[in-house]
Design a protein around this ligand. Structure first.
Ligand code: SF4
Ligand code: SF4
Length: 340
């Protein structure tokens, strides 16, 4: 039974119409302007400011700010844009050995790592039974790191949330994928928000939104984001099931290989989270150290090519229309919307 208030429903449908008209107008602008102009605009208003903000415009790559552990190569989601969804999954179900994880955390400890630690690449971390134990080891050895759990929430219970909080996470973000964006927050999420988190943090310490508080482990982020399910996103290096052909608009620089360190369950490291099958590994942590791989010629070459904006010389990047920047100025965002 639809119990939605008629005024809310009218507002929602008005918003949908406005959004549709805006999207069509931006597409039309995108279509009418030649590609080389878009490329120049992207370089000036998106990629150059982003390189500068990351401190990599001179070609120097500082240490990554995100270490992502794909602790188990499985997800229980059904997102049509993701090759990890249950209807498209082809990977072997692999679990990260504890010894490998400990080796990596110990190496990060030697580097006094303070960035983000997360347990997803293309998987749901809650499918990994030893997650609280892994979190605890990271918390003990990397006291200043920002430990994030990003999940679709399907397996989230009060008990699991409590175990993760007690192990020392800094963030619990739930992406609720549903076409019904009016969906009410489930009872479990309400209880986590009202009963579990306040056992560990005071109201003023609990924040929302992205942006890890690196170096500020006194705050906790709790997010519930409602995400549309039946949408087309980026081609994800040619692996997105519902977008095999990339956008016809140009793409240049990509920041992922400068900021991310993605590790899958068997120890392979990818330059970005879009390389779903880790088909272009930068190395393997079973044989190499974190810093060896990060500074390896292979990783450096990828960065050099992407700094020059030349995606075509890397097979995965050639098939990828991820925009390449995580933050945009207002004008940069307008350019992005015209050239999706
Ligand atoms: S987008 Fe996330 S929740 Fe959806 S199938 Fe992929 S990994 Fe799972
Ligand atoms: S452009 Fe290349 S490095 Fe960037 S997300 Fe795509 S495949 Fe990864």
């Amino acid at each position: 039974m639809n119990t939605e208030n008629p005024t809310t429903s009218a507002m929602r449908s008005r918003k949908r119409i406005i959004k549709r008209i805006t999207t069509r107008s931006l597409n039309l602008i995108g279509h009418c302007v030649p590609s080389f102009i878009w490329k120049n605009l992207q370089d000036i208003y998106i990629y150059s400011p982003r390189k500068k903000a990351l401190g990599i415009d001179s070609g120097f790559a500082p240490l990554f700010n995100s270490v992502l552990f794909e602790v188990r190569t499985r997800c229980n989601g059904t997102c049509p844009f993701c090759a990890a969804s249950t209807q498209f999954e082809k990977r072997k179900d692999t679990i990260m050995p504890k010894a490998l994880y400990i080796k990596v955390i110990n190496e990060l400890k030697n580097e006094r790592y303070k960035g983000r630690i997360a347990y997803h690449v293309n998987n749901d971390p809650l499918l990994f039974p030893d997650l609280p134990e892994f979190v605890k080891y990271a918390r003990t050895n990397l006291p200043s790191a920002w430990i994030q759990i990003l999940t679709n929430g399907k397996l989230l219970t009060e008990t699991i949330a409590d175990r993760l909080m007690s192990a020392g996470i800094n963030e619990l973000t739930i992406n609720l994928y549903s076409d019904d964006l009016g969906l009410q927050m489930s009872e479990v999420l309400d209880k986590i928000r009202e009963k579990i988190i306040p056992q560990y943090y005071q109201e003023k310490q609990i924040q929302h939104g992205y942006g890890p508080g690196i170096g500020n482990t006194k705050i906790f982020r709790f997010n519930v984001f409602r995400q549309k399910l039946n949408v087309v996103k980026s081609s994800r290096a040619g692996t997105a099931p519902n977008k095999r052909i990339k956008s016809r608009y140009p793409r240049g620089f990509c920041e992922h290989p400068f900021t991310q360190f993605n590790i899958t369950a068997d120890g392979r490291v990818a330059k970005c989270c879009a390389d779903f099958y880790f088909s272009d590994p930068m190395g393997n942590l079973k044989e190499q150290s974190v810093m060896e791989i990060w500074n390896e010629e292979r990783f450096q070459n990828v960065r050099k090519v992407l700094l020059e904006g030349n995606r075509d010389s890397i097979e995965t990047c050639r098939k990828c229309d991820y925009y390449g920047a995580k933050e945009f100025s207002r004008f940069g965002n307008l350019i992005r919307l015209c050239t999706q």
